[in-house]
Design a protein around this ligand. Structure first.
Ligand code: NAD
Length: 283
């Protein structure tokens, strides 16, 4: 598929499969980790994501429970009362509220009801705070954590490198920047108000594209031999998936984590790792 280029393609799918099969052996003699997933509303993509997470947890011998609340039953009180009872449930190690929640619901209020010990998504203010201070006592957001695991697995040097993160969301851009910083990279964060994005990206040894803009980053944005991580997920009109990065970057990049098959599968592996760590911290 990638003939004619020297660009190394990072295979997040195989890496994730290997990590998940290692989880099966790691859990011998320990509590079986259990994840509770709350899915509120009818968003079809969310239903697919939740089904997939539960399937992969099952395959690895991890437990999961799903709580599906239909649109006509949704209220903040209902979701919070469910979270409070799961917080007390000794069998439940991690609680995940599938985002996005319907617009009528205050997402911050819901997330902050989760016990910090059971936050396996790493989205709580407390978890992001411990990432920022470098305490690392709480879950690290799964997508950035998966990206870091991939960079390390592929032997990409991070220390001292110029890295640019395009996107500043609480779930990808910000925690990604903090993780790269804690790995001693020099980090630039770019966002929708950034001027001269192309020039900034051209300075990156490691470029993380998480703007949610289909094929925003093409080869004219990147430096020769840069490492490119594509986080965006979009469905084209022809039904195929694409990311925030154009495939022509392969002509000059050193390495690319593509969409699909890169960051997505790593995210689920890190969710399992966070759930296992939450379960075994109590052992
Ligand atoms: P978001 O919409 O919350 O944030 C996007 C960020 O990009 C914002 O900070 C915005 O300022 C910035 N941005 C938007 N347009 C820009 C532009 N033209 N130039 C520079 N910056 C721009 O999105 P998110 O939740 O962080 O997700 C980003 C993308 O990653 C989406 O496509 C999403 O589907 C995908 N995603 C993938 C995974 C995975 O597991 N692979 C996980 C989470 C998100």
């Amino acid at each position: 598929v990638y003939e004619g280029t020297n660009c190394k393609i990072m295979d997040g799918k195989t890496l994730s499969t290997n990590l998940i099969s290692q989880a099966k052996t790691l859990k011998d003699g320990k509590k079986v980790p259990c994840l509770a997933v709350i899915l509120a509303g009818e968003n079809p993509a969310s239903h697919v994501y939740v089904k997939n997470k539960i399937k992969i947890f099952k395959e690895a011998g991890f437990d999961s429970q799903s709580y599906i609340i239909s649109s006509d039953e949704i209220s903040e009180e209902k979701i919070i009362s469910l979270i409070l009872s799961l917080n007390k449930d000794k069998n439940v190690d991690g609680i995940l509220v599938q985002l996005p929640l319907p617009k009528t619901i205050n997402t911050e209020k819901i997330l902050n009801a989760i016990s910090p010990h059971k936050d396996v998504d790493g989205f709580l203010a407390h978890s992001i705070g411990t990432l920022a201070t470098g305490e690392f006592t709480n879950a690290i957001a799964c997508t950035p954590f998966g990206i870091l695991a991939m960079l390390v697995s592929y032997g990409i040097e991070i220390s001292g490198k110029n890295s640019v993160v395009v996107g500043r969301s609480n779930i990808v851009g910000k925690p990604m920047s903090l993780l790269l910083l804690s790995s001693d990279a020099t980090v630039t964060m770019a966002h929708s108000k950034t001027k001269d994005l192309k020039q900034i990206c051209k300075n990156a040894d490691i470029l993380i594209a998480a703007a949610g803009q289909p094929e925003l980053i093409d080869k004219s944005y990147i430096k020769e031999n840069a490492v490119i991580i594509d986080v965006g997920i979009h469905r084209k009109e022809n039904g195929k998936l694409c990311g925030d990065v154009h495939s022509n970057v392969k002509e000059i990049a050193y390495s690319l984590s593509p969409v699909p098959g890169g960051v997505g599968p790593m995210t689920i592996a890190m969710l399992m790792l966070n759930t296992a760590l939450a379960a075994w911290a109590k052992d």
